[in-house]
Design a protein around this ligand. Structure first.
Ligand code: NAP
Length: 153
């Protein structure tokens, strides 16, 4: 499973009032990455922007929802990853704050964009342990940098 997230330069994911920055090029790169693939996301993120994604399948994490038209519901991240692997596409976990801490230990790769703007935090991305993750690729853009991390060793 590949974990995808965007943060501000100080690790902020969300400030509780929609996306904390407007960097269309960064979001376009994200949409291109998940095009035709399977995404896993929390129910709040799905309700915020899940219908506008370019992925082929969405698996929504929820302990409460009975059904949501057009998506598969999973009661846990393990179950979501199993569903995703059965679909035979790449599986991306795309958010958000309540999901990333459980997704980080299960991810094979991290795809993290860092927008060059500090923000006031509502939710932060978990700390990345430098002993466990190595940057394999880095693309430096004007307003953000994208890093691909793979597990060390
Ligand atoms: N910066 C980024 O990269 C990024 C990415 C995505 C989203 N966001 C932003 O983050 C905000 C939403 O984040 P959020 O943390 O409030 O919500 P969220 O993680 O998208 O959704 C939370 C909900 O997902 C379900 N859930 C979470 N973990 C679960 C688990 N392990 N098993 C089963 N269900 C689980 C629960 O749904 P039930 O209540 O139904 O049980 C929970 O209430 C939005 O504003 C969005 O724009 C930022």
């Amino acid at each position: 499973m590949i974990l995808v997230a965007a943060t501000s330069s100080d690790g902020v994911l969300d400030h509780g009032r929609g996306c904390p920055w407007q960097v269309p090029e960064e979001y376009a790169g994200f949409l291109e990455q998940i095009r035709g693939e399977t995404v896993i996301l929390g129910r709040h993120s799905f309700e915020a922007y899940g219908r506008d994604l370019t992925s082929r399948f969405a698996i929504v994490l929820s302990r409460t929802a009975r059904s949501i038209p057009g998506v598969q519901i999973a009661r846990s991240l393990d179950q979501a990853i199993r569903f995703g692997e059965m679909l035979g596409h790449r599986v991306y976990t795309v958010g958000s704050a309540s999901v990333y801490p459980c997704a980080l230990p299960l991810a094979d790769r991290l795809l993290l964009s860092t927008v060059r703007e500090p923000r006031v935090a509502c939710a932060r991305f978990p700390r990345i342990d430098a002993a466990r993750w190595r940057v394999r690729r880095e693309a430096d853009r004007r307003r953000f940098v994208v890093r691909v991390y793979e597990r060390a060793g």
